[in-house]
Design a binder for this molecule. Structure first.
Ligand SMILES: Cc1cc2nc3c(=O)[nH]c(=O)nc-3n(C[C@H](O)[C@H](O)[C@H](O)COP(=O)(O)OP(=O)(O)OC[C@H]3O[C@@H](n4cnc5c(N)ncnc54)[C@H](O)[C@@H]3O)c2cc1C
Length: 160
């Protein structure tokens, strides 16, 4: 009997995720077709779900040691911390990510962008001075971006 490795766990996680999604609507339009999906980010898993729902036999290959790609929720601190994507921007009925979240009965809540508190590396809340410095950094960053745009639109560095 093969030992239970991280790879086995990953395979089971992918199979479970795809099966959970695909179990909701199946047809046999792609029966007997074998499909390989590269990458178990949201795009790969959604593609796998779609073709599996049509009856295809799907194998998902993932280079990393977890599924999710740039969606990565870390629970090790006790509260969920998003290393990557966390927001469904504009969660209307036209948004496919909202459809996916609804299909999986995921919890969501509306965030209040005017009520955000930022903390420094030492864990203390930022002061008004810190916010002012952040605004200066943001303004300098915007200038760099604008310089980049001007450079891209010009023929020589002197034009910028
Ligand atoms: C910090 C951060 C915050 C973000 N916040 C948001 C947000 O709030 N809302 C939002 O909508 N979007 C957000 N995004 C963007 C969002 O995360 C990505 O658009 C989305 O997750 C991309 O999904 P994907 O499946 O296309 O690619 P990925 O998530 O990058 O998945 C690709 C997968 O393919 C694997 N892979 C690559 N090459 C191979 C290979 N050759 N063989 C096998 N496997 C391979 C990778 O390991 C990875 O798991 C954020 C991104 C970041 C980095």
């Amino acid at each position: 009997m093969p030992s239970f490795t991280r790879r086995t766990a990953l395979q089971l996680a992918i199979a479970g995720f795809v099966a959970g999604l695909a179990g909701r609507a199946r047809s046999d339009a792609l029966a007997d077709i074998k499909v390989i999906v590269i990458g178990a980010g949201i795009a790969g898993l959604s593609a796998a779900q779609q073709v599996r729902a049509l009856g295809a036999q799907v194998t998902v290959f993932e280079a990393g040691n977890r599924i999710g790609g740039r969606i990565w929720t870390d629970h090790s601190l006790g509260a969920p911390f998003e290393h990557g994507a966390g927001w469904i921007h504009g969660p209307s009925d036209d948004n496919p990510v909202k459809h996916l979240a609804d299909q999986l009965d995921l919890d969501s809540f509306v965030t209040d962008d005017d009520n955000i508190e930022l903390f420094g590396p030492d864990g203390t809340p930022l002061t008004l001075d810190d916010y002012e410095r952040l605004e200066q950094i943001e303004a300098a960053f915007r200038e760099v971006l604008e310089d980049g745009d001007r450079f891209a639109a010009s023929d020589t560095v002197e034009d910028v």
